[in-house]
Design a protein around this ligand. Structure first.
Ligand code: ANZ
Ligand code: ZN
Length: 929
């Protein structure tokens, strides 16, 4: 008996483990052999298309806008897409079932380099190439059983869309927020063209010509995002409240904005002839001023540039700039001395690549004892020049310690108490000392409190063809002239064959397009040939979906008010910084322009952000050489996968999918093989949303078995004859007439429903637990047996189960629903009004009272580990069931709890237990391992 129990438990409770040990052969599986998931998918995809989902009139209800990040139309979906669209579709379907007015659109981030490269290499028109890819991918998206509002589909490369991208550019321009300035760009001297960063390889060479890429200054267009830095920073607080955005993303945004408070301090400099100038540094640690041993200027600092004009050796050093590794501590000592503003000591001055030219003042005061980078710099350049420790641990030794650089293994970077080296400030705490030092220097005009930001203006121009044209005209007499709004869109000219295959920006060479008339003076002028960064398109596309056909506005005030902001935005964490920052900026700008609400908090475009983890592929490699193995090099040998050549077992790891690792998985092939619903459930179950998903197809069989079990329950139930009327409403049960298993099932269905609704609504990150909750309910139904339940209860719980599954496995749920309800022709499961609870609160309390629960103290090897609720029995019943049966019941309950699993199956091996002792009919359980 016990043996039998343990077998049953192992199968039921160690569900996840059962997945991994299952046979990889699908068709022979007795559980799923009869189910053709693909056929079910196609049947319902067709039905949904006929019903033109989403167009069904809805009663006036709460709006809900759920948006997955849109895709680049590369031509085929990848696993990341499968994951993000599954998550968004589950939320959208659930919200629709709840009666919300849902907007769940998608579109195409359709501009960008790959289309242009295809054009250059193969002579295909980027527009045609893109259109073909969109058609393919749309088909693939539909094959995933998704429910998108295709009426709202947009593509950023269509003139109807980019007309508005251009309008945003003009709005920014008229506010002085779009401007031109010189900036460093990658320049290929052979092809005479500007390159995107992605086109420069790791050796600094052009991907096309192989030439060493130069950094040259060119006039570029910028958006003044820095104007919004305060608002962008401040509203991060709103986003982190209540976990609207993941804390990790909020802090990445905060770091990118990079506000830093400190002071600017001026140092007097003297050259060898005694002529003085000055330089300012930015520091966050003015309290360390007494520890300054040198000054370092960036390589493009004006003083350095001046000196280099007469100093060939210095110029040679500056020319080596590109060859320094990123963390280099190289430096060049300049023929200058700096004078310490407090001690009047003479300090050496260097130029060094570690000083950034566009941060703070482009200059630092070097404090080797208290800054890590400064310490390594000093060790390299002045290994025998002692350094003073000027800050010490509070309550520690405050006598100054002079040490030789190599005796100091680490800089002391914390705040603390100033040491005796600090003159009148000795003994003060860092913070107070810093304020005092800056205040004292300020009286001599040598310092001031100062704040700097890491955020830079957004460089938006690209010297490429396949992007939104910048709506500007350059006129010899009027200068920069914006294209009037009524002349928008400035349409991209067709890519004429003469420019195909040529380097550089094709737009420069299409004379009939470039030559135009100045809108102001009507004289000949030239069009701007830069196009916009595709991040500009994606910075506002979500504003377009609520009103995609509007010709005159991005989105009407009314649609904006009714639909924006996005309620849930879902996408890869790789967009945690730039895309989200740009979108927040543009949204704030448009709010300021009066397009969107001024209400605080709602000036954020994405009220909740779900950042999904990556999908990693199963990767096989040769344990001896580390070489990645092709699928063809592997063979199945019994339960093992081995290398064909040696018969040895390969290393198995999970890694980012890539061609070189032969570990990519094609989502469409997987859908063909397993069916979309199976994959959707598998994707959700295999990992929590934010974590890496290790794609292991062997585990899909577990999901198929589960669905097979649900299908059989439906069949068992639908062949039964319910002559008594069915229960539609919650209050139709007479609790007193139910049997015990009815009560158990109803209570389990209730808690399952509550958990799952909570997950769908608030806790999307744990969608994986929704699947395990659903399988638990399924298994319980199986175990109890449909025939042992009161028919009304069986039917009621089964309907609840299907409804809870529907957002996740929509076609499968429809199919089961149809079978289960065909006698009352209830229509689509998605049309059923969602009742939030399986049973009423009154029924719940009646059932709980009836099932009276008692508390069981669970001990492991005699030690109390946790307590849990288990059902008690009325004395008359406990006599009726045997002792062993009672024990079984209690063990099952405990093993089904999280703590039970933790203590009895994870921390200990349940299969290897020595003894189980039950005291007082369940008051204490002791398991000895
Ligand atoms: C002296 C000092 C002493 C510093 C000390 C730190 C610790 P965050 O916090 O990132 O803003 N710094 C200033 N301008 C720089 C530039 N253009 N390139 C490289 N480094 C620069 O960093 C501020 C600190 O970074 C400043 O404070 C400065 O070093 C350095 F015990 O000044 B500190
Ligand atoms: Zn003009």
């Amino acid at each position: 008996m016990r043996k039998c129990l343990s077998f049953r438990n192992a199968r039921r409770l160690n569900y996840a483990r059962a997945f991994s040990t299952s046979s990889p052969c699908l068709t022979s599986s007795p559980d799923t052999g009869r189910l053709d998931f693909r056929a079910i998918d196609s049947k319902w995809q067709q039905r949904w298309a006929e019903q033109a989902q989403g167009q069904r009139p809805r009663r006036k209800s709460h709006k809900y806008y759920v948006l997955p990040m849109f895709a680049y139309p590369s031509g085929s979906l990848h696993m990341g897409h499968l994951r993000v669209y599954t998550i968004s579709d589950v939320i959208a379907r659930y919200r629709r079932m709840r009666g919300d007015h849902v907007l769940h659109p998608t579109g195409w981030d359709a501009f960008g380099l790959p289309a242009e490269n295809a054009a250059i290499e193969r002579g295909v028109d980027p527009a045609v190439w893109t259109e073909q890819n969109i058609t393919k991918m749309k088909q693939q998206l539909k094959s995933m059983n998704t429910s998108f509002d295709w009426d709202a589909e947009i593509s950023t490369c269509s003139p109807q869309f980019y007309k508005h991208t251009q309008r945003i550019f003009l709005k920014l321009f008229h506010r002085g927020l779009a401007y031109q300035a010189e900036a460093l760009v990658n320049y290929d001297p052979v092809d005479k063209t500007v390159l995107a960063n992605e086109q420069v390889d790791s050796n600094g060479r052009s991907w096309r010509s192989g030439a060493l890429v130069q950094q040259v200054k060119l006039r570029q267009w910028f958006f003044r995002i820095t104007e919004f830095k305060e608002a962008l920073l401040q509203d991060l607080e709103y986003l982190s409240e209540g976990g609207k955005w993941p804390e990790r993303v909020v802090s990445q945004q905060r770091n990118w904005l990079g506000r830093s408070t400190g002071a600017r301090i001026q140092f007097e400099l003297k050259n060898e002839a005694g002529v003085s100038t000055s330089a300012r540094v930015f520091t966050t640690r003015p309290d360390t001023l007494y520890g300054v041993k040198y000054l370092a200027l960036s390589m493009s600092h004006p003083l350095v540039q001046q000196l280099a004009a007469q100093n060939a050796e210095l110029q040679r050093f500056l020319d080596k700039r590109a060859s320094f590794p990123p963390d280099t501590k190289e430096g060049f000592e300049l023929p200058l001395k700096a004078i310490h503003p407090l001690s009047q000591e003479n300090l050496p001055v260097f130029t060094a690549p570690y000083v950034l030219e566009d941060y703070g003042e482009g200059a630092v005061m070097g404090v080797p004892a208290h800054d890590t980078r400064d310490l390594s710099f000093w060790k390299l350049h002045r290994p025998s020049d002692p350094i003073p420790v000027v800050v010490a641990r509070s309550n520690g030794e405050v006598e100054t310690l002079y040490t030789l650089p190599h005796d100091l293994s680490e800089a002391f970077t914390n705040h603390g108490t100033l040491t005796s080296a600090c003159g009148p400030y000795a003994g003060m705490e860092s913070q107070a000392a810093g304020i005092k030092i800056v205040g004292d220097l300020q009286e001599r005009n040598l310092a001031e409190p100062f704040e700097t930001w890491k955020l830079r203006d957004w460089l938006v121009s690209r010297q490429r063809y396949w992007g939104t044209p910048i709506p500007i005209v350059h006129c010899p007499s009027c200068g920069i002239v914006p294209v009037p709004e009524e002349d928008l869109p400035v349409v991209l000219p067709p890519l004429v064959s003469s420019v195909k295959g040529q380097p550089g920006n094709p737009l420069d060479k299409i004379e009939e397009w470039v030559n135009c008339v100045c809108p102001k003076c009507q004289k000949p002028a030239r069009r701007e040939t830069d196009t916009m960064d595709t991040f500009v398109d994606s910075s506002w596309y979500f504003i377009r979906f609520p009103d995609p056909q509007n010709e005159h506005e991005l989105c009407s005030q009314n649609s904006a008010r009714n639909t924006l902001p996005v309620d849930t935005y879902i996408g890869g964490v790789e967009h945690a910084i730039l895309h989200l920052l740009y979108a927040r900026f543009v949204y704030k700008f448009l709010c300021q322009e009066g397009l969107m609400t001024q209400e605080r908090g709602r000036q954020e475009p994405f009220q909740r952000l779900v950042a999904q983890g990556m999908v990693h592929g199963k990767t096989f490699s040769d344990p001896e050489t580390g070489r990645f193995l092709l699928p063809g090099e592997l063979a199945v040998d019994g339960d093992l996968i081995v290398m064909k050549t040696t018969g040895k077992v390969p290393n198995v790891t999970f890694e980012k999918m890539s061609k070189s690792k032969h570990n990519g998985v094609d989502p469409t092939a997987a859908i063909e093989k397993y069916g979309a619903d199976t994959l959707r459930a598998h994707i959700l179950f295999a990992a929590p949303v934010s974590e890496v998903l290790q794609w292991d197809e062997e585990k899909i069989i577990g999901i198929q078995r589960w669905l097979g079990r649900v299908k059989r329950l439906v069949k068992d139930l639908s062949v039964r004859d319910f002559s008594s009327s069915l229960i539609g409403a919650n209050d139709a049960f007479d609790v007193s007439k139910l049997v015990n298993s009815d009560a158990d099932i109803l209570l389990l269905a209730l808690s399952t429903s509550r958990n799952i609704q909570n997950t769908f609504e608030k806790d999307v990150y744990s969608l994986n637990t929704a699947i395990s909750d659903l399988t638990k309910l399924t298994n319980k139904l199986h175990e109890v047996g449909i025939q042992n339940l009161t028919p009304q209860v069986a039917e009621h719980v089964m309907r609840a189960l299907l409804r809870l599954m529907a957002p996740i496995t929509p076609a499968f749920a429809e199919e089961c629903w149809e079978e289960l309800t065909k006698k009352d022709s209830m229509g689509s499961i998605f049309d059923v009004i969602w009742t939030s609870d399986v049973i009423s609160p009154e029924q719940e309390s009646a059932l709980k009272a009836r099932q009276r629960l008692i508390t069981c103290a669970v001990q492991v090897n005699g030690k109390l580990r946790f307590t849990t609720e288990i059902p008690s029995r009325r004395p008359d019943q406990s006599a009726a069931i045997g002792k062993e049966e009672r024990e079984t019941e209690i063990l099952e309950t405990i093993l089904a709890t999280d703590e039970g699993r933790l203590w009895l199956t994870e921390k200990n091996d349940w299969e290897r237990r020595k003894r189980v002792i039950l005291v007082g009919n369940g008051k204490v359980l002791n398991v000895v391992f």
